[in-house]
Design a protein around this ligand. Sequence first.
Ligand code: ASP
Length: 370
Amino acid sequence: MRNYLSVSSAVFALFFALAMSSIPQTGHAQDGKPGWSIAIHGGAGTLDPDKMTAEQKAAYEAALQNALDAGKEILANGGSAMDAVKAAIIPLEDDPLFNAGRGAVFTWEGRNELDASIMDGRDRSAGAVTGVTTVKNPILLADKVRIESPHVFLMGEGAEQFASENGLETANPEWFATERRLRSLERMKADKLSALDVDHKFGTVGAVALDMDGNLAAGTSTGGMTGKRWGRIGDAPVIGAGTYADNRSCAVSATGWGEYFIRVGVAQEICTRLRYRFRMDVAAIQSVVPKDADGLPTYIIHASEFPLSAQSAQEEADQVMAEVKELGGDGGIIMVTPEGHALYSFNTTGMYRGRATSDGLNEVAIFAEE
Ligand code: ASP
């Protein structure tokens, strides 16, 4: 019994040290000061370093850093995760490099039809729009739906009528249309290719954030997939598939082959797993706390002193992405947790991505091996 106790004390000490050691790698509370974290993406897909010139790479990196900076500035000044998510997504929607807002892919009929969604982890309020053609920044419309309407999800003309009643900035179809995306559609039709053949990468944009008040938020915006028809809607505007935020677990934004992300319910599945993982990890560490003479634990682990480790969060996200792959889909996600971990998981050769935290992490990357 004595031995058992000393072994379990050692295990307990190790567990506890491991749990605590995860704090400095994140944007969460250090020395009593609250922290913040943010992660962004600009799409995942088949990205080959040999097929990208140094100038193209620099242009993508600059665009990602610019979006990251916009979100960081808000969070570092005590602003909300919701504002940071919108601030990071807007420049990506306005940038023709990405498949969202300006630069969106074309439908089969040659239009740019935009989807977006946003979710506030405080109360799980959410807004989403699909098939929008005139609103300059669909992420702002999604947020208006969240705040000003009794609904979560609006489509097409109705969404546009709601946008005009709420004074959203509009743009002509020419604003969204780019030569590059039009050529993809033409190539798809001429060579009878699939959307995946012409897109190679998905190009959707998204952001997730934790603010200094401990609130999480997530948002995603896209043009969908080249040549989409019959009113096809992907995962990006579907709450629970492409976007999810819940202060109890995580905030996720996804990019990839939308049909699979809807089927797996990727964003919510990751958050739900984290909620249970946290409980399981707390129970596991409690179980190795030494017992007193009466067999009662000498110490009760309080959830607040046990942050979920980055490794646990990463494992859960990777498992969900593995399910997507098993079904035949691909893509990736970005995620932040209440502990401040800012993580990615993707099963493609690259994902345009970036992350930053209050303890100095700042990174933008494109290829898997970066
Ligand atoms: N997920 C998006 C969709 O299926 C595409 C993307 O991520 O670029 O519509």
